[in-house]
Design a protein around this ligand. Sequence first.
Ligand SMILES: Cc1cc2nc3c(=O)[nH]c(=O)nc-3n(C[C@H](O)[C@H](O)[C@H](O)COP(=O)(O)OP(=O)(O)OC[C@H]3O[C@@H](n4cnc5c(N)ncnc54)[C@H](O)[C@@H]3O)c2cc1C
Length: 289
Amino acid sequence: MKPAQFDYVAPASVPEAVAVLAEHGPESRVLAGGQSLLIELRYRTTRPALVVDVNRIPGLSQVTVEDGSVRVGALVRHAQLERARFDDPLAELFRQVAPYVGHPPIRARGTFAGSLAWAHPASEWCALAMALDAGIEVKGPAGPRTVPAASWFRGAFETACLPEELVTGVRLPRPPAGAVAAFAEHRRTHSGFALAAALVMLRLAAGRVEWVRIGLANAADVPLRAVGAERLLTGERPEPELFAAAGARAAAEADPPGEPHAPAAYLRHALSTLVRRCLARAVHHAGLP
Ligand SMILES: Cc1cc2nc3c(=O)[nH]c(=O)nc-3n(C[C@H](O)[C@H](O)[C@H](O)COP(=O)(O)OP(=O)(O)OC[C@H]3O[C@@H](n4cnc5c(N)ncnc54)[C@H](O)[C@@H]3O)c2cc1C
């Protein structure tokens, strides 16, 4: 199907984009990488009167490493994160996760911030943002504000972003030095969305889990941070039995959307297994058997 007719504008700056969005509100839609929006336009599941293409705005394509955080600009593509080389444990997590987002042409155009704005429950980046307490930076006519990931995701494809606001970047607190990362995903086809995915970042000290974060994708209608499983692990010796118990706890915290060929019980089992595997892998990277 072809998209319904719409007007198109390509503002040259953030203030210009915000002014256009303020004028047209819910009648307008931001176009970033277009890897989700163009499909919606073609299927006519969304019919904006105006598409606001932000790709010509300079200064939004950088990953910036600051003292306490890493900032991902609104036009940073998935492929940039696949090649992340900055000196922080987050770079390792980006490199592990990015190859699972669609396939190379999707990753060449699609953006990290666009994924958070679209809020697909199976999005790997949304799970990462949730696990690491990202702050989503938006600008609207009322000025800038930063929304914590925990209040950003309101439901499947629903966020706290107002129609007149533009996401300008995402700020991720830097994990403690020496933290290690692991990611695992179960999906039907190589370029399909996750049936279940888990990511772990942890740091060991004196042979025990000192700090840990666990994120889950397609585990509910919003991305999840498995706080109960994190509590179970913190302060404990990293042993296979503990990994299995933490996997089971994480799965119990999830409420996965069952499908005819992948019922909820199957998805829970997959989440439990993926968390267990990630923990074992992360601890192995950290240098313990
Ligand atoms: C075949 C295929 C496979 C895919 N597989 C995966 C996968 O495995 N995992 C995954 O997570 N995703 C997957 N995707 C989606 C892909 O990652 C998209 O790139 C991503 O979801 C959206 O990013 P985008 O930059 O393309 O956003 P767009 O498509 O341009 O926009 C998506 C939505 O977000 C809004 N938006 C975008 N940027 C902003 C902004 N700066 N401010 C305000 N609103 C904004 C738009 O208005 C629109 O509503 C897949 C897509 C396809 C076509």
